[in-house]
Design a protein around this ligand. Structure first.
Ligand SMILES: Cc1cc2nc3c(=O)[nH]c(=O)nc-3n(C[C@H](O)[C@H](O)[C@H](O)COP(=O)(O)OP(=O)(O)OC[C@H]3O[C@@H](n4cnc5c(N)ncnc54)[C@H](O)[C@@H]3O)c2cc1C
Length: 481
């Protein structure tokens, strides 16, 4: 540490990912002088090592499959494979080659001040920022500090040789400049299945190792079954009930040998661990405000941190563990910004179910798309989750391919939709759609679930003919009889 100055703001935001950027945007819009602290790239994990690059890798896979699914265009693309170099170059453009100039300019244009360095809470409404050169700045906030530091990948403990094997995490899996000849993917959640899809299509031989017996375990079981079928058809070697017990990579640039639970071994050029996320809270000074370092930050619906007096500390985005998704983080950011602005004006918060200061939709069920082939789009409760909550529910399933719009979309369209109806409240509490191009259908389901639109009213919301959306009619008919 070489020098230390103190600067006062209205609001300090820790972390300039999508969540932090949106908190700052809202507080500046409310007339509050706001500074954002960022230790890496402005834009966060989402922009450089998660949503953007992963979807840039996956979009060409869907485009090619779509062309192949229709007689006429199928002949035009023939049996060609993706041009990996072109796909990687397009991915690089979406990450701005891992440079954040554009996002820094947006901060400037928006009136948000930026301090680069590692931020730590240092007491009530106080943050210290350690710059790369070791110098330190002390920032104080008149009103609020919002922690938006996101999450990091978790590697399992007890796997011999894991650290020395230099495994890929989401960063290398979304950012690699070359296509490994053989890629082993560990984990059957969203990141595992998406990255297996992308790298297989780019030319890797992919083996997907899953400890349990299904993919996407938090979704309806049929979602994982369709995705497993898609992966197998694409040539992925999918192995369930498999644990990796040891890794060996004597030469960092050479292959890695994985030992599996049954004693078998397999050799890969890279191994990706997609085995969950942990909060980035180990070194942000949580102990200075009486909280346990390293844990998820527990918040109420206004994203105010619980267990800290004075209602000045907020946590939004991945770090509060409510929903590890960019759109939910940005939603929480809008709520957090509004709560900070209200309290700064001495106003009471409206944290009622539909209140301006309540991120209650996180709990109604966050929408999520899995960009595999086929796609999965889900919102709200699964049938099993609704039953566990003791709701009186009815699930209606429909094969999407029977709908005219779907059969036009792809020859032999394969996909399934499920709606979970709450029979007492007469609303939909969950929906899951699997099939080509279902991602863009999800928002209609989100409106129905989050808006609690009565089934009798949904009946009058007529989907266009001939679109895949007509599956809604079949689901509603299935409920109404
Ligand atoms: C491979 C992958 C694909 C994904 N795809 C999608 C998707 O398609 N759609 C979707 O909705 N979600 C997706 N997600 C999830 C999404 O990336 C996260 O939910 C989102 O990035 C969370 O945003 P955030 O702002 O809370 O955190 P982050 O994006 O992680 O940003 C946090 C920021 O805080 C900074 N920071 C941390 N600690 C400090 C500190 N002490 N001082 C200063 N700065 C600090 C970090 O450097 C970072 O810039 C994906 C995740 C992965 C891993």
């Amino acid at each position: 540490m070489t020098s230390s100055t103190t600067e006062e703001y209205d609001v300090i935001v820790l972390g300039a990912g999508p969540t932090g950027e949106n908190v700052a945007d809202r507080t500046v819009a409310a007339g509050l002088r706001t500074v954002i602290v960022e230790s890496e790239l402005v834009g966060g994990e989402c922009s450089y090592w998660a949503c953007m690059p992963s979807k840039a890798l996956l979009r060409p896979v869907a485009a090619l499959d779509d062309a192949r699914a229709v007689a006429g265009s199928r002949e035009a693309v023939g049996g060609g494979r993706l041009d990996a170099a072109a796909v990687l170059a397009r991915r690089d453009s979406f990450t701005s080659n891992w440079k954040d100039d554009g996002q820094v300019q947006w901060l400037r244009d928006t009136g948000i001040e930026l301090v680069r360095g590692h931020g730590r809470l240092a007491g009530v409404r106080t943050v210290t920022v350690e710059a790369e050169d070791g110098s330190e700045r002390v920032l104080t906030a008149r009103h609020a500090v919002a922690v938006c530091t996101g999450s990091r990948p978790v590697l399992p403990t007890g796997v011999a040789g894991l650290a020395d094997a230099h495994p890929w995490t989401n960063r290398e899996a979304t950012g690699s400049a070359t296509v490994p000849k053989r890629l082993a993917v560990v984990g059957g959640g969203v990141v595992g299945v998406e990255m297996a899809t992308a790298w297989r299509a780019l030319g890797s031989e992919v083996v997907l190792l899953v400890r349990g017996h299904r993919l996407l375990p938090r979704m309806e079981p049929f979602a994982g079954e369709f995705v497993a079928e898609g992966l197998r058809e694409a040539g992925v070697d999918l192995r369930f009930g498999t644990e990796v017990t040891a890794l060996e990579r004597p030469d960092a640039s050479g292959p890695v040998v994985l030992t599996l639970g049954d004693g078998d071994t397999l050799t890969a050029d890279e191994v990706l661990y997609a085995t969950g996320r942990a909060p980035r809270t180990a070194d942000i000074g949580m102990e200075q405000v009486g909280l346990h370092p390293g844990g998820w930050l527990e918040v109420d619906d206004s994203c105010t941190v619980l267990g800290v007096d004075g209602e000045w500390l907020y946590a939004a985005g991945d770090v509060n563990h409510r929903a590890l998704l960019t759109h939910q983080g940005k939603y929480q950011a809008r709520i957090t910004g509004a709560a900070i602005a209200a309290r700064a004006q001495g106003l009471a918060l409206d944290t009622s179910r539909w209140g301006a200061h309540s991120a209650s939709a996180d709990l109604a069920g966050a929408p999520q798309v899995v960009f595999t082939q086929p796609e999965v789009a889900a919102v709200g409760l699964t049938l099993a989750a609704a039953e566990q909550l003791g709701l009186r529910v009815k699930a209606v399933d429909h094969e999407i391919g029977s709908v005219a719009g779907a059969s036009l979309y792809a020859d032999g369209y394969r996909g399934r939709a499920r709606a979970v109806f709450d029979l007492d409240r007469e609303v939909i509490v969950g929906a899951c759609l699997v099939g080509p191009a279902v991602a863009e259908l999800l928002h209609s389901a989100t409106i129905a679930v989050v808006g609690e639109v009565p089934i009798d009213r949904l009946w009058h919301a007529v989907p266009s003919y001939p679109t895949i959306s007509e599956v809604w009619l079949r689901l509603l008919e299935g409920c109404r009889g």
